[in-house]
Design a binder for this molecule. Structure first.
Ligand code: WTA
Length: 641
């Protein structure tokens, strides 16, 4: 069999789960054996959640790119690793074989070396969804540089903050990126981000859109020139090579910034071996990937889903991964279905937001599209409502494709709770059962475990799995505080969940001040900070509200000192400010100007009340007697948008 660690029946799942919990070391060692190690580990696991200190495969040596590429060359060099679908469906598709990927990754590694990048250096990557983005990521991994990809929807200010936090000295970007009809001028955004920056030494610029850019002498270089030069260095007599750096299992592989309940995003750190094994293991088992299958994950590589299930998981399993540059609704709302048809996709993995938005276009975009190659469907990023689940099942899967509802987080590296396609039962809108190695618990506010079924509580995990985050970059204490201090000896996910009689889990959403807008995590504090930057704003409070398509929308209550122009002008000004400070993805859907905010005598904003108003409640606000000025609640409710 292609994957000795692939679970093929419910009984096998039960047996694997039991073994993974009773003897995690033996269990994970038997999985890890199927990867390529330069040197085997001495010990499988060492951990405590107090510090926290988690180490997997201690003293094992490897390079993830040898696992994702080199080991497949002898037998499958000409197999497609990446099938790239361009923004414009009329443009040429690029099929990147494992051989070609190897060559490009060696070239990038050489190019990085030529530009002074060394093992452990942080490289910020800000690109669109082009194959070169995958080459850049893997090129970093090949020389042991730590990549930090920043999503194209973040502003110059957000990039500047991340560059500083990571102490990044190198950037890989492009002149621009295509997204549907739009061109995003990436290099110009980078130039703004670099005003006042003192650490960045080199910016490598890939040409995609021919957007005018200003190249600064001594700092900015063209990707094409550098790659051409590198090609002559890595290719000798028709043989391509660039020796991969030997990495420790626990060396950092990448940093990915994500939002939490504070105003400042955290740099989640994943390491080489544990992350690799977790993404490959979950990829093969959740989707039940079979050799030859075409896997299409529609996420952007700027988010964890793209890292784990477009790049690392599929490649570590020797799979074929479709990478799509554009957006689902351009040139029309049939684009995903056209891609499935054109590339004979077998596994489609997307987000509830995309499903809901495409549902809105009706069935016409599906006409004439052959979806018969599909075997497995997946969803991720936010709770999926039953209506969307059934639409996906009926109209896309035609009732014959299992749907996997995969629950996980940037911090978890890969899926923690999900059914295994066709192997363990699905239940609409339930993520269902934990992956082997994952021990979920529900706790009440005091941290007491809620046993028995059914149950509802805050979702925590009892013990480490190989893909758990190891730290938050440059601030380990923050990692401890955020994830390991709310409840003693538990990893706290920030999500609430239900458990049914059979032990299935249903994720109900965040219980902290984190919003999930179209599957993107945004901290309310971050948005408030951005709004408060506007000179006319005195104070603001941001909450989420149910949104038909996005899952959650952003509702901002704002107190202004005085209005510059009309309310609408002021709204536009605030939106502009949020775009500048965080990026367009954090723009509030609604901005209500209010005379005051409901505060307790100690000055704490009672968000519970604001949430209720945003949800459309006009009377029952619960106990408001502790408020400094209870009358303000009525007034806010009257002005609801
Ligand atoms: C939410 C994305 C319900 C959850 C991989 C989590 C989900 C946050 C699901 C992490 C799901 C993710 N069902 N909710 N299947 N998957 N979530 O870090 O609230 O961008 O905490 O990782 O998304 O978002 P992140």
């Amino acid at each position: 069999m292609a994957y000795p660690y692939q679970i093929r029946s419910l009984d096998e799942y039960k047996a694997a789960y039991e073994k993974s919990v009773n003897d995690p070391e033996a269990f994970w060692s038997s999985v890890a054996e199927h990867f390529h190690w330069r040197k085997k580990w001495d010990r499988v696991l060492e951990w405590n959640f107090k510090e926290p200190n988690v180490k997997w495969f201690l003293n094992g040596k490897l390079n993830i790119t040898e696992n994702c590429i080199d080991r497949y060359l002898p037998e499958m060099g000409e197999k497609p690793a990446i099938i790239w679908e361009p923004n414009n469906p009329e443009d040429r598709v690029r099929v990147v074989t494992y051989n070609r990927l190897h060559k490009r990754v060696c070239q990038v590694a050489q190019m990085l070396k030529n530009n002074g990048v060394k093992k452990g250096d942080r490289v910020c990557i800000y690109m669109g969804m082009v194959p070169e983005l995958a080459y850049a990521i893997l090129g970093c991994a090949r020389i042991g540089a730590i990549h930090s990809v920043v999503f194209g929807g973040f502003s110059a200010q957000s990039i500047a903050d991340r560059l500083e936090d990571a102490g990044a000295e190198f950037i890989i970007t492009a002149d621009g990126a295509y997204r549907g009809e739009k061109v995003i001028p990436l290099k110009n955004v980078i130039d703004d981000a670099l005003i006042g920056n003192r650490t960045v030494k080199k910016v490598i610029v890939y040409t995609r859109t021919r957007t005018a850019v200003s190249m600064i002498k001594g700092r900015d270089v063209w990707w094409e020139d550098e790659m051409e030069h590198a090609e002559t260095q890595v290719e000798k007599g028709g043989v391509v090579s660039f020796p991969a750096e030997e990495m420790d299992a626990e060396d950092p592989l990448f940093i990915l910034y994500t939002s939490g309940s504070t105003g400042k995003p955290k740099g989640v750190v994943h390491t080489c071996a544990g992350y690799m094994i977790w993404t490959a293991y979950t990829f093969v088992n959740v989707f039940q990937y079979q050799p030859g299958d075409i896997h299409f994950c529609t996420a952007d590589i700027g988010w964890i889903t793209g890292h784990s299930y477009i790049v690392y998981g599929p490649l570590a399993a020797g799979a074929t991964s479709v990478m799509f540059e554009g957006v689902p609704t351009w040139p029309n709302a049939g684009r995903f279905w056209e891609i499935v048809d054109k590339h004979k996709v077998n596994i489609l993995y997307t987000a509830p937001t995309a499903i809901r938005s495409l549902m809105g276009f009706g069935l016409k975009p599906l006409e004439g599209k052959d979806l018969s190659t599909l075997k497995v469907l997946g969803t991720v990023g936010e709770p999926i409502n039953e209506e969307a689940w059934h639409w996906y099942d009926e109209h896309i899967g035609k009732g014959r494709c299992p749907i996997v509802d995969t629950w996980w987080q940037t911090e978890t590296g890969g899926t923690l709770i999900s059914n295994l396609a066709g192997v363990t039962p699905a239940k609409p809108s339930w993520a269902t059962l934990p992956m082997p190695g994952v021990q979920p618990v529900l706790v009440d506010e005091n941290g007491t475990e809620i046993t028995g079924n059914p149950a509802a509580g805050n979702l925590c995990i009892k013990a480490p799995w190989p893909g758990i985050l190891r730290t938050t970059y440059g601030d380990h204490e923050r990692c401890r505080k955020t994830y390991f201090s709310t409840y003693e000896d538990l990893y706290f996910t920030g999500d609430g969940a239900l458990r049914d009689e059979e032990g299935n889990y249903r994720i109900t959403g965040r219980v902290d001040d984190v919003l999930n807008v179209s599957g993107h995590r945004i901290g309310t504090a971050e948005v408030e900070n951005a709004i408060n930057m506007h000179s006319d704003v005195v104070e603001s409070a941001v909450v989420g509200y149910p949104h038909d398509i996005k899952g959650q929308g952003i509702y901002a209550y704002v107190i202004c000192q005085h209005m510059h122009g009309s309310q609408d002008d002021m709204r536009q000004n605030i939106l502009q400010t949020v775009s500048r400070i965080i990026g367009p993805i954090a723009k509030p859907d609604k901005i209500q100007f209010v005379p005051g905010l409901p505060k307790t005598r100690s000055g704490k904003i009672m968000r519970r009340i604001l949430r209720k108003i945003a949800e459309g409640e006009s009377h029952n606000f619960g106990d408001t007697t502790t408020l400094l000025d209870p009358a303000v609640v009525e007034e806010i409710a009257k002005g609801k948008l």
